[in-house]
Design a protein around this ligand. Structure first.
Ligand SMILES: Nc1ncnc2c1ncn2[C@@H]1O[C@H](COP(=O)(O)OP(=O)(O)O)[C@@H](O)[C@H]1O
Ligand SMILES: [Mg+2]
Length: 376
């Protein structure tokens, strides 16, 4: 039997990647044209997959352009950032580890990097710095890609995933200024910066009083359209000797509100349940499996909310528009108007709800289904 053609939980680039033609073109043109680009969307819509895809395309066609992807998700301090940044830039500078070491010594003037190489040098090259030196001469590290690119007559594209992590660094505001002032002067390095937590990313890039304002182009990554999902699902079934009707493929896209990760997940469960021809009852069964698979996460999320936050979420689920009107506040026991606005902010910061037009909507379509069944 063939394997499921649907993939979720890891980034997809070749297999299982669909659509995004416009975004691929735009991002490729920008990065090749030296335009720094920010990509913003809620998590699991496909930012990392898109960037990896574009990185592969650029690398395969341009040997003199080095593309680096840094995931900042687990990076908690400026020091860690600097070490990771320097390590990956040096690694991209050459295919030989001897040269990484040489470059590390050559390109730093005031900083003395401590280099470690272990048995498997390809995967185990790490660099660390003295914290005092980073403080005084951090610019040397931030400027490393430009220095190397000039010297070696190459270009670098540096992709920084989960960039909003830096907002949690101590002394973050100074750090942000430093990044911007060094990076904006670089000619041979282009940055692609992306992350979930939409409000945080917008705050970093879209606020005129912040250093990264107008750093480059902002792409608000949309969902993949329903029609594209339908052909993707139908083709993927057909390619693995099974069948699904357009109508049922549309049902999967609709139930998951075209959310990339969930469309793949529900398609996967449906595919698994299907011998030959997918039916509506197989989709129902798959949906139940999907809900139970995610249940522990939803319960954990819901348990971390206070009673008034949960109540606010109920009001949102109920489609209330005027959350601070007296009747809504009473009916759903939302507390004071101050509680409402505070809680609204918290739910938005947690990426549970977002503003859409004049109302609020859930960001996670299956959490929403579960919440409606459990709480309303
Ligand atoms: N272009 C795409 N085509 C098909 N599925 C996609 C696509 N982009 C993302 N996905 C699905 O969504 C999931 C999450 O994608 P990812 O790139 O990790 O999102 P993000 O970085 O925005 O959190 C992937 O594991 C995959 O199942
Ligand atoms: Mg990602």
């Amino acid at each position: 039997m063939k394997n499921s053609p649907f993939i979720y939980g890891v980034t997809v680039t070749r297999k299982s990647f669909t659509n995004r033609e416009n975004e691929i073109k735009k991002l490729t043109d920008n990065l090749l044209g030296g335009i720094n680009t920010m990509i913003i969307s809620p998590r699991r819509w496909g930012k990392s997959s898109l960037v990896e895809k574009v990185a592969d395309l650029i690398k395969s066609k341009n040997p003199r352009i080095k593309v680096i992807i840094l995931d900042l998700f687990a990076v908690n301090t400026e020091e860690e950032f600097m070490e990771k940044f320097a390590t990956e830039v040096l690694k991209a500078s050459s295919s030989k580890w001897e040269e990484w070491v040489k470059n590390a010594k050559r390109f730093f003037k005031n900083i003395v990097p401590k280099i470690q190489i272990s048995v498997d040098p390809v995967n185990n090259f790490t660099i660390s710095f003295d914290w005092q030196e980073i403080r005084q001469h951090g610019n040397e590290i931030l400027n490393l890609p430009e220095a190397i690119a000039k010297q070696k007559k190459i270009r670098m594209i540096i992709c920084l995933d989960e960039f909003q992590s830096i907002a949690g660094f101590r002394n973050y505001e100074n750090f942000e200024k430093k990044l911007r002032s060094v990076w904006q002067r670089q000619k041979d390095v282009t940055y692609c910066i992306y992350g979930s937590k939409r409000h945080m990313m917008s705050e970093i890039f879209d606020n005129p009083s912040k250093p990264f304002y107008r750093f480059g182009d902002i792409i608000m990554l949309p969902k993949i359209e329903r029609e594209k999902w339908i052909s993707f699902i139908c083709d993927s079934f057909a390619g693995s000797d099974k069948v699904i009707s357009n109508e049922n493929a549309g049902l999967i896209a609709d139930l998951m509100q075209c959310h990339s990760w969930y469309v793949q997940q529900l398609s996967h469960y449906t595919w698994n349940n299907t011998q030959k021809q997918a039916s509506k009852s197989k989709i129902d069964k798959a949906l139940n499996e999907l809900k139970s698979a995610n249940l522990p996460l939803y319960q954990r999320d819901a348990e971390s909310l206070s009673p008034t936050q949960l109540n606010l979420l109920k009001a949102v689920a109920h489609g209330e528009l005027q959350l601070t009107s007296v009747s809504v506040m009473n009916e759903f026991r939302l507390g004071t108007p101050h509680n409402v606005s505070k809680n609204k902010e918290i739910l938005i910061n947690l990426d549970i709800i977002e503003k859409s037009g004049n109302s609020y909507v859930f960001l996670d379509p299956v959490f929403e289904l579960w919440f409606r069944e459990s709480f309303t």
